[in-house]
Design a protein around this ligand. Structure first.
Ligand code: SGN
Ligand code: CA
Length: 514
């Protein structure tokens, strides 16, 4: 039954509706409420294998959907191209030397502030699902369901809020299922921040059995610098991430034959034995004929090199197909649950990856394929920009961006900058160069410690540890970074200028030791 008061309120509301230009309602309608955040991150996903960036190898329609309905950052970089450090940078908005996670071996100091803690304090529900890799327990999350270390592709164990829990199935599917289950059960009256952090596409690139169809085996174009001899680049020459020399036939390429040489035979068997008998059967039906053909082929060294490249690409790209399908499932969920308009969806990887450029797999170096990382964002209600963004952005920027959109003050000590002005076409004084520093050495891929600066056109790198080597590249003339110009007289004044800019960045980011 309506009371007099409710009639009065109803009457007031009618008046307000008839004067839209001066009512506060209109104002509210124009300012979106705090967005939900879905932060999808993959492991080792190269921009070369995301068709919104590069469609030579694969179509990724679901990832492209984020770019088509939102934005694509064409100059997105990491600050230290390796897993745990990247994650720590994203959580804290601070470079590795400040957050302390300089390599994969350190344990993350989980008592320090991170964006999830700030969002939690501001009333967000926070959840983390998938790869974590920081050794200490996650903090700042109401719910966390993480893989142990690198996790496994098949039937992986999770730690769910402290409890070890088995899972069944392919890890990319499982992580997506868990993310949707959490979304189903969340409190609907609060905004949320959900981190969906995939294991894919980490080594050893195990495809889902649903992708193991012999007709799907394709031939891919070998990069022009696949047989790089690293002339003029001493630090690059020391690498142990060569497809030809370091990619293991049994472990990486799944040629499970005791007669073949392998450094990691047991590691392969351990991965294989995580599969159920049914999964193994489909797996074997796919890989055994490839092994038989390989044994019969009697390949020369050069043929073997190309064969390895093709096998690597075929497995890696199948892993990406599952990833793209699962990103599609999650986007569909958001669309179908009325969450599309008010959710900031972010897609990135913890770093880039080599797809045979310089003859490599893996990452770590400050060269383009591992310095760059995909970055796509969609938030229909809250971002005005559409298409490509060219400014130099870095993973230190994600935490301040999330806080900015959530209406939380960005703490002074965060070193990144909010991307919100770029997303809204606002004029802003943006950085002209980024700072990079890689510390994990010694390591299994032979990459020496180095730091450097990248502008829109040039890159200056200093490899230091037990060497003292500088490299300079003109990315416009030499996008493949084959010609180290550091010792070329013509570039001496440019080198001076870049060194001084680098020092400025080191000062700005409070780098005290290197
Ligand atoms: C493992 C891999 C390496 C890889 C590191 C770091 N070896 O050690 O090839 O570089 O992870 O990757 S494996 O034999 O275990 O596959 S990261 O993405 O986690 O930083
Ligand atoms: Ca990684």
């Amino acid at each position: 039954m309506r009371t007099k008061l409710s009639y009065f309120l109803f009457f007031l509301a009618l008046i307000a509706m008839s004067f839209p230009s001066c009512s506060t309602q209109t104002k509210e309608a124009k300012t979106p409420s705090r967005p939900n955040i879905v932060f999808i991150m993959t492991d080792d996903h190269s921009y070369q294998t995301l068709s919104a960036y590069d469609d030579r190898y694969i179509q990724t329609p679901n990832l492209d959907r984020i770019a088509n309905e939102g934005v694509i950052f064409n100059n997105s970089f990491v600050s230290n191209s390796i897993c745990a450090p990247s994650r720590a940078v994203m959580l804290t908005g601070k470079h590795s030397h400040i957050n302390g996670q300089i390599d994969n071996f350190t344990t993350f100091d989980n008592t320090q502030p991170n964006f999830a803690k700030y969002l939690q304090q501001a009333g967000y529900q926070t959840s983390l699902i998938g790869k974590w890799h920081l050794r200490s327990d996650p903090t700042g999350f109401d719910n966390w369901e993480i893989l142990i270390g690198q996790g496994n592709y098949y039937n992986s164990t999770f730690i769910e809020n402290g409890e070890k829990t088995p899972s069944k199935g392919y890890v990319t599917d499982v992580i997506t299922d868990k993310a949707m289950q959490w979304l189903d059960g969340r409190k609907k009256d609060q905004p949320f921040c959900l981190l969906v952090h995939h294991k894919a596409a980490h080594r050893i690139w195990q495809p889902n059995i649903t992708m193991l169809d012999s007709l799907s085996e394709k031939e891919y174009k070998v990069p022009a610098n696949f047989f790089d001899n690293y002339e003029g680049r001493k630090a690059a020459k020391l690498n142990k991430m060569s497809i030809i020399k370091d990619m293991d036939l049994v472990y990486d390429l799944k040629m499970n034959d005791d007669a073949l040489p392998s450094k990691y035979r047991n590691a392969y068997k351990n991965m294989y034995n995580l599969m159920t008998p049914e999964q193994k059967e489909i797996w074997d039906a796919y890989y055994t004929p490839i092994l038989e053909q390989f044994k019969e082929a009697g390949l020369t060294d050069d043929e073997l090199a190309i064969w390895k490249y093709q096998r690597y690409m075929n497995d890696y790209l199948k892993v990406i197909r599952s990833l793209d399908d699962n990103v599609g499932r999650l986007l569909d969920y958001l669309d179908q649950n009325n969450l599309k308009e008010n959710t900031l969806v972010v897609y990135t990887s913890d770093q880039g990856f080599y797809m045979g450029e310089h003859g490599w797999f893996d990452k770590r170096y400050m060269y383009e394929q591992s310095l760059r990382t995909p970055l796509l964002m969609r938030y229909p209600e809250g971002i005005k920009n559409k298409g490509a963004i060219e400014e130099l952005v870095q993973n230190i920027d994600y935490a301040p961006t999330f806080l900015d959109f959530a209406g939380v003050d960005i703490p002074e000590d965060m070193q990144g900058a909010s991307l919100k002005p770029l997303l809204n076409n606002e004029k802003v004084d943006w950085r002209e160069a980024i700072y990079y520093h890689y510390y994990e050495s010694p390591n299994e891929h032979g990459v020496k410690k180095h730091y450097g600066i990248r502008t829109d056109r040039y890159k200056l790198i200093h490899f230091y540890e037990d060497m003292d080597e500088w490299e300079l590249y003109d990315l416009q003339k030499d996008p493949e970074e084959m010609h180290n110009l550091f010792h070329d007289e013509q570039y001496s004044s440019l080198i001076k200028e870049l060194k001084s800019k680098l020092e400025e960045l080191q000062k700005q980011y409070k780098v005290t030791t290197y």
